[in-house]
Design a binder for this molecule. Structure first.
Ligand code: 5GP
Ligand code: ZN
Length: 133
């Protein structure tokens, strides 16, 4: 529990939320400003800031699969996007690790625009990443 963290407060029950799942390690609740109906956040109970501190938290993936299935089925979504922001510049606003599950409905597709380029210097780029793994 970190005192000024809104998700820790939700986990502790100090702030209300629309919970859809909870076990000893994680919780899932509706986003207060949903992008679409059923937009759900999957959140570990352990306070870590983002993905870079998430080593060993593999259980989150199982949770994501389970909750994604439920979110998709609940209102018969056409698909589901999973988003996860790390760092202020990447759009992270709440600094407690979380995954967004956003259902996509027919006629209500998300406008996610990435400016794609052609892959350049693929070998060097891959090598810089590879040598850190
Ligand atoms: P981020 O931008 O950090 O990836 O996403 C944070 C998300 O948390 C936002 O989508 C925002 O709507 C949601 N959020 C912020 N405060 C609260 C809250 O008090 N309750 C709930 N349920 N969601 C929140
Ligand atoms: Zn927290």
């Amino acid at each position: 529990m970190t005192d000024d963290c809104i998700f820790c407060k939700i986990i502790e029950g100090e702030i209300p939320s629309h919970k859809v799942y909870e076990d000893d390690k994680m919780i899932a609740f509706l986003d207060v400003n949903p992008v679409s109906k059923g937009h759900t956040l999957v959140v570990p109970k352990k306070h870590v800031e983002n993905i870079h501190e998430a080593e060993g938290m593999n259980y989150l993936f199982d949770g994501l699969v389970e909750v994604s299935n439920a979110v998709k089925e609940a209102f018969d979504a056409e698909g589901v996007n999973i988003a996860q922001n790390n760092g202020e510049k990447a759009g992270q606003e709440v600094f407690h690790l979380h995954f967004h599950i956003t259902p996509i409905y027919e006629g209500n597709e998300l406008d996610i625009t990435y400016n794609r380029t052609e892959l350049d210097e693929g070998e060097e780029v891959a090598e810089e990443i590879q040598k850190r793994l």
